[in-house]
Design a protein around this ligand. Sequence first.
Ligand code: NOJ
Length: 536
Amino acid sequence: MEQARDPRREGASWWKSGVIYQVYPRSFQDTDGDGVGDLKGVTRRLDYLQGLGVDAVWLSPFYPSPMADFGYDVADYVDVDPLFGTLADFDALVAAAHERDMRVIIDLVPNHTSDVHPWFAEARASRHNPKRDWYIWRDPGPDGGPPNNWLSEFGGSAWALDEATGQYYYHAFLDRQPDLNWRNPEVAAAIHDVMRFWLARGVDGFRVDVIWHLMKDPHFRDNPPNPDYRAGTNPYFRLLPLHTTDLDEVQDVVAGLRRVVDEFPDRLLIGEIYLPIERLVAYYGGALDGAHLPFNFALLETPWQARAIEHLITRYEAALPKGGWPNWVLGNHDRPRIHKRVGGDQARVAAMLLLTLRGTPTLYYGDEIGMAQVEIPPERVQDPYEKNVPGIGMGRDGVRTPMQWDGSRFAGFSDAEPWLPLAPDFTEVNVAAEMGDPDSMLTLHRRLISLRRHHPALSEGDYAPVAADGDLLMFRRDGAGERILVALNLGGDPLLAAMPGARGRVLLSTFCDREGETVTGDVGLRAHEGLVVRLD
Ligand code: NOJ
């Protein structure tokens, strides 16, 4: 199963200099005409990804699942759902990726299973079942209701009553996603074996789902009210999740996951973590024995202003533990597309930022062609989050729509009506249309990734802030004998970026039209323009 690799790319740091690309398999490429993407579809598109220049593909879950949460409700950790294909298809995908010198990262969902997972079926069979303690059970509260005030991220109480046995089980997400009890060593051992199963099949790493949720308060204390909660926003944040997330003990669990990853050479552990930076960095582990990359989602939440972004970068850089490698994310399957957040013109600047910052970038499928957030008509809503907490913009379907490959009827995604609607602009915004266009969003991404690959200053060099003034954000990346200046105009008016005494040559503009231009002293930036300049 393991393929020979290019020895130049071997070594512990492939994920430091590399670019990660997230595929949401349901929406990438359908090959069997059911309107839902599959693993063979991912394999079919590997040449495209290789041409884009990415180093690793992260696949959201493809395991057998009733799809209550579209695969994040796993019914069998060591197989492939027939909707997505077979284990043989998975092996073929890994082999084909490795032949192209690309890595494969898979999603590990250890916090909860599906309610139809055999472990949960056993656990709920009786209070005395040996697997009862694999999940989190409590007697009803004094009034017969839930045992405490803990809330589900997906709305309502986090406790569901199992009528047959008269106890409540805890679910941080849907009631169809019961949480595993990580205080039980048998649970840890079982998940570690799941990891070994996939690592032995050749996967290059895991993105661990909601890793900061893995431990809950053993005393089941109520969560305190959140004094900053604003009505009309996500009701989960009515309480501060103090006793349900980010417990110190989670670090031991993460270290355990890391030990398993380290049993195999050159593998990567990524953690999904939504926490303020100062807490996020704890997930590198005290002795760098935690996640290699605790996902940094701060760009998704910071106001799109030069000063705010510079402040964020500085805070993050300062908070990193010695030897901890940074990373940046601009989009994923849970958050609105960057195109919606900053607008279509500014999305190019955002791409330049993501791909020139110090740290491993993760690119969400479709962002490289400028896919927009799609309005989903109420009758086509699929996301359980939107169904449970309607009307306040929690729905995630609009960021999960089919990849736009070409201008044909179903955008080259499928021969059948896709599971989610296509973006109305797919006849213009698609891979085929953008591939040969010298200044398309796709071309910009290909060139940014290529710059990163060919200039170690960009992939591994130091970061130095230069200016954050009005709409102008400038920073330098220095390394391997090169100094590279990145100048970004975050606004819709032209501006002049002062580079006193400096001289350089433009490597790339977000409009792909100034390569080779010599700049001296002040450099003019058009509205929504970013420049990468190699300083003399
Ligand atoms: C985080 C995943 O990214 C999200 O899609 C999912 O709904 C929750 N975890 C629950 O598994």
